[in-house]
Every structure is written in C-alpha cells, then in structure tokens.
Design a protein around this ligand. Structure first.
Ligand SMILES: [Zn+2]
Length: 489
C-alpha cells in the first residue's frame, strides 16, 4: 500500500508530491513554485510577499458569503535531519537539497527512510491545497497563508506585512497533537547584560580551586521551565556568595550555554585563604546537600565539585565579585507567573541562561517569555533595574510577541463544538510556553481570532518523525466541518 491510497486521497496525494520536492528551510523556491503553479492552475488569486510567504485566496461558496473570513496557515519548510548512515536511491549520502523524502507506511503511521518526514508541516500544506481545490466543501471567504522558513527563526511570520491578510480568523495547522486545540503561545525578549569589573593581580598564598555545579537536567527554557529545575548559574553563585563576602577571591566564571536552554553546568575558579580551605570544602558539601534536598523530586544528579586549579594571574576586585554574586542571586529566574485562565500553563517566565567572564566584563544573558506583552516588558524592566543597581549594562533585543489565550474566542467555541459533535468528546484546550508563528502574526494583526490544530505527529525534527494515519483523516474531517460551521460576521 502506498500513501496515495490512504484517505483522504487528495490530501495524501499532495503530501506525496510535497515529499518529492526537496524543501529544507532556506531551500523553498521549488515548493513555493508548486503552490503558485497550483493556484494558477485553479484560477485562484495569489501573490508572494517580500518575505516569500505565499497567499492564495478563494471566494466563499454560494450561500456562505456571510461567514467570517478564515485564514488557513502552514509553513512551507521542513527540518532536515537524517541518520548518519542514511543514503539516497543511488546509494550516496542523503542530501535534503536534492533528494526526495521517501515516505512509507508502518502500521498506522507514515514515516520516512532514516530522515525527517516533513509531516511537520507538509500535512498542513497538503490539507490547505486540498481545501483550495475542493468543489464539494462549503466555506466562507478563504485565504491560505503558506509561510516561509519557520523552522530556523520564523522568517516568514516576522516578514508578514500589515494589509496582506483580510480574514478575521487564523487557523494555524502546525500543532502536533490531534486531540488538542492550541490557543496561546509565549513571546520572548533577550536581555544581554555586561557587568564590567576591575581585575587585580592575584595575591599569593591562597589555594586555587575550581568549583563546578553539574548533573542538572537543563532543558528547553520555555517548554520545560514549568519543571522548576535548578539553574546551574544561580546554584553556583549561591554556593560562592557567603565566601566571596568573607575573604575568598573570584578569578573567573563560566556557566550555561544556549540562550534558550536551562543551564545544566557552571564553574568558577576561586582563591580560598589557605586556612579556610577545609571549611570551604565542607561548606560546599553542605550546600550540595541543601540543593539535593530542595530539588529532591526534580533533579537526580546535582553535584558540586571542588578541585585544585592552576593559579590564576588575576582576580576580580573583591567588591566587584561581591556585586556579581548579589546580582546573580537576585536575578529573576524561572516561572514568574502561572496562567489563571488556563491552569497548568506558564504565563511568564525568565531563564538566566549564560554568564562568562573575560578578564574585564562578565557577559550574561537571560530570555524572558510571556503570553502577555506587558508582563514580559515588566520582567525585563526588573532585570534592567537590577543591573543598574550594580553598575551593569542591560540591552534588550530579539523581542517578539506572544499570544494570550482568549477563552471567549469565537473560533475556539466553533471548533470545540465541531470537535465534540464529530468525535463525541471534548478536545483538550492548551497553550504552549514557547514561540509560535501565531504570536508573531497576531502582533501584526491585532484582533485576529487565532487557533492552532493539526494531526498527531511524534518525534518531529528527528529522523524518527512519524504521523499517525487515522489522526490525519480526523484532522481533515475536523477542518472541513469547521469551515462549514464557521462563525457569521
Ligand atoms: Zn512546524
């Protein structure tokens, strides 16, 4: 059995053709042409904007002109991930820019051969094309927004201009759990901090030690912030602060990594007065036990190690080291506020991701997320204020909007009712504490009523990516029924 034998046939037919066109992020010319050729062939109004998004319009079917305009949206690109030993039909290493994805059926799933499948977001694209060419589906005024380059930074959504869309409702088709309706996401802002310090010649007669916090779980700073995991940067400075207040000198710090990852490891080199050495080691062990107890149900392998280090040539001026310790210990971090409208969802968080000294400055950054712009702004304002108190510079960048759940949204009501009437149970209403295209599009189109749904896709962005076949048919029925029951203007 081939995927083109699966139901609904038009959707799987388009998906098979999408698989045959190489379309990793930034190599989207061909897939874009496939969409615009399709629109031409079907006599549909279409244009490609400056950010390479394609917009296709289809008028309302007779009798449906009084419905609100619906924008269906999916992204054109896919994540190119292949297993190391994956080869193409000619036996050469698989090349996403040239080789087609080869889908196969395995039980009730469709997968690829050792590569990502691109069901994220190819099924959404295929569904939109199927609706655009359908003659037997009733719908109000329709727009199809095919966004460019979502997977490497949401370039298309960021480049979408005002006035390109005319619809009242946006249905994003990039969700990955068939039983869920997603109604919100977080926006983000980076805080880039520079803490200048005076370095002094390291005095002799101390013991040089490296203190390292490790074994933490870390994780995605949006999705996993709700787990309340330990932050290695803060754990390290919390360990050192009492000693820096009391004769221990700081030579360097280096903690965390990616701005969107909860830091798992952090280390510092310190000079401990020789007669304080055993007291220092004991105090570190006590702190380790405190952290193990505090994070008992969260972390499994917290450790703080002390090891001899090469004797540094310079150290922080003592007052600068103390200020840095104060700054890091007071730094806002973790979940700031949970949503009340949607229990279990983080509304606002911040992740103190990185700190590294270079002999003159400690560079730090944190990523704040919120579904509410004002709360995001207040959190970064607090970080800026704190930096000002200790003489550090704080610059904000990379700001993008979130999408705050609206439980009274007309499209949410329509789709929840549609789901229940079709499948005899309520869908799960969720939101994600991370960036989605909806947040950015909603920032350009305030008042746009938005929702996100999709079939069930597991292990996206990995060669194990698989889409559940029955969920695709269910997703299709749900989408068609939603269009047929769309709210009136
Ligand atoms: Zn996607």
């Amino acid at each position: 059995m081939k995927i083109t034998d699966l139901n609904p046939k038009t959707l799987w037919g388009h998906f098979a053709e999408i698989c045959a066109i190489p379309h990793p992020s930034h190599h989207e010319v061909e897939i874009r042409k496939y969409v615009t050729d399709f629109a031409e062939k079907h006599g549909l109004e279409h244009f490609t904007d400056a950010a390479d998004n394609v917009i296709v319009r289809k008028p309302a079917t007779p009798g449906m002109e009084d419905r609100k305009g619906i924008v269906l949206q999916a992204h054109l690109d896919m994540v190119p991930q292949a297993n190391g030993d994956c080869v193409n039909a000619a036996g050469q290493p698989f090349d996403f820019k040239r080789d087609p994805i080869v889908p196969r059926i395995e039980g009730d799933k469709v997968k690829a051969h050792g590569t990502t499948l691109g069901a994220d977001n190819g099924i959404g694209v295929a569904a939109m094309l199927s609706i655009l060419e359908a003659k037997d589906i009733k719908h109000g005024p329709l727009e199809a927004l095919f966004t460019a380059t979502e997977e490497t930074g949401m370039d298309g959504a960021f480049g979408l201009g005002p006035g390109e869309l005319t619809g009242d409702i946006l249905v994003n088709l990039d969700s990955e759990r068939g039983h869920e309706l997603c109604t919100g996401c977080a926006g983000g802002t980076d805080a880039n901090i520079e803490f200048p310090y005076t370095a002094e010649k390291a005095p002799q007669g101390y013991k040089a030690l490296t203190v390292q916090v490790k074994g933490l779980k870390g994780g995605h700073s949006g999705i996993e912030i709700i787990m309340q995991r330990a932050n290695a940067n803060i754990a390290l400075m919390r360990t050192l602060r009492p000693h820096l207040m009391n004769g221990t000198l700081l030579a360097s710090v280096d903690g965390g990594g990616l701005r969107n990852a909860i830091p798992r490891e952090a280390k510092a080199t310190v000079l401990v007065p020789v007669d304080n050495y055993s007291g220092f080691v004991e105090a570190v062990a006590v702190m380790e036990q405190k952290l193990v107890a505090e994070f008992k149900d969260i972390e499994e392998a917290i450790s703080i190690t002390v090891a001899s280090a090469d004797y540094p040539s310079e150290v922080f001026a003592a007052c600068a080291a103390r200020k840095l310790a104060d700054l890091v210990c007071i730094m806002p971090n973790g979940v700031m506020k949970m949503s009340v409208a949607m229990p279990g969802m983080v509304q606002t968080s911040t992740n103190f991701a990185r700190m590294i000294s270079d002999g003159k400055t400690v560079k730090m950054n944190s990523l704040t997320r919120s579904s509410l712009r004002s709360e995001k702004e207040f959190t970064t304002e607090r970080i800026s204020a704190l930096c000002e108190l200790v003489g550090a510079k704080c610059e904000l960048s990379g700001s993008y909007d979130g999408w705050n759940p609206d439980m009274s949204s007309p499209i949410l009501k329509t789709m929840a009712a549609s789901y229940e009437s079709l499948f005899g149970e309520k869908p799960e209403i969720t939101a994600v504490h991370a960036g989605l295209e909806c947040g950015i599009i909603g920032g350009v189109y305030p008042g746009l009523d938005m929702i996100s749904c999709g079939p069930t896709i597991r292990y996206p962005h990995s060669p194990d990516e698989e889409v559940n076949i029955p969920s695709v048919e269910k997703f299709w029925k749900f989408l068609v029924h939603t269009l047929e029951t769309a709210p009136k203007k």
